[in-house]
Design a protein around this ligand. Sequence first.
Ligand SMILES: *Cc1c(COP(=O)(O)O)cnc(C)c1O
Length: 392
Amino acid sequence: MDRPEVDELTPPDRTLMGPGPSDVHPRVLRAMSTPLVGHLDPAFVEIMDETQELLRYAFRTDNQWTIPVSGTGSASMEAAIGNLVEPGETMLVPTNGYFGGRMADMARRAGGEVVEVDAPWGEPLDPADVKNAFDEHQPDVFGFVHAETSTGVRQPSVPELTSIAHDHDAYVIADCVTSLGGVELRVDDWDVDVAYSGPQKCLSCPPGASPLTLNDRAMDKVLGREEPSRSWYLDLSLLEGYWGDERAYHHTAPITNVYALRESLRFVAEEGIEQRWDRHRDVAGALKAGVEAMGLEMNAADEFWLPSLNAVRVPDGVTDGAVIESLLANYDVEIAGGLGDLSGDIFRIGCMGHSARPGNVSFLVSALGETLREQGADVDVGAGTETVASEL
Ligand SMILES: *Cc1c(COP(=O)(O)O)cnc(C)c1O
């Protein structure tokens, strides 16, 4: 092996308007360049406490059991599912997007049986269908996706879903990866037993430490398991020793990622969680109005529109990949295409956290409009940019 010669790292300066990660505020990047302390240092223990308190605020919960899981959103997701679902138990999952499928995979690996409640990609779950699925299958655990990043759909009527589940003595796990810090989410008021999220979506923090909260009822189930969870790393009964009162070593926390999460959550508290939801709605609302004025169509109906992830139908005359590539090459803007059933049909435009700013949206709508026009779509770019300007 020759000695490699690699240049100093100089990543391009992108505007991140895809399904995550979103733009990170310089203050968060600065927090990440502060010195390490040990993961059991009293100073770090205080940072852990503060991070947990800030997380409870963002989740709207008093749950003692509120922690950042080491890893990306999929780690907090697997911690939730792998601990709640015991071998032989049944989990009910949705089929209306990509992440319901991931829930099913994780439940099977935990030794669970999977049953499904159907809705088309691009639509939310209907509580009547959830009730029917409960009556038919009597699942032990019910998972749903609050903000489906693959379809741009926000699941409404969450309290109705959780009350159906609780009437059947089941536990509710909510995927809040693309809603925490961006879209109204009330863990306690809505009676959600377990909610997990990721830092790199509406919290605008680099990936690496991912929010998770469990109420006492869910934690009692986890602590009362007959056999330990199949994952040692994500076993919440062991993680309790580190994040609970004991503060004993389990694994080395990603110190720098916890610093970053703490700082990005400080922004949430400074802004106010409700004000933050309003900002996402207003700024993404201008984006939505702009693309619609240009002649494009949103994938989700207005009642289910998800401000943090705008799924826009790909117009006739262009292919999604060429548009996405050109936006990146010519404007340094990142957006994404569709997944699964919606592959090739939609653009996925994120409007999350620090990326949900008026300047970003004006820039994105004009860059997208110009690119679509150049590539042969019939769009009225001027109408789009004027609408954005008048909305912001
Ligand atoms: C991004 C995302 C995940 C997975 O998070 P990673 O950080 O990519 O592991 C899970 N669920 C939803 C809804 C997401 O958008």
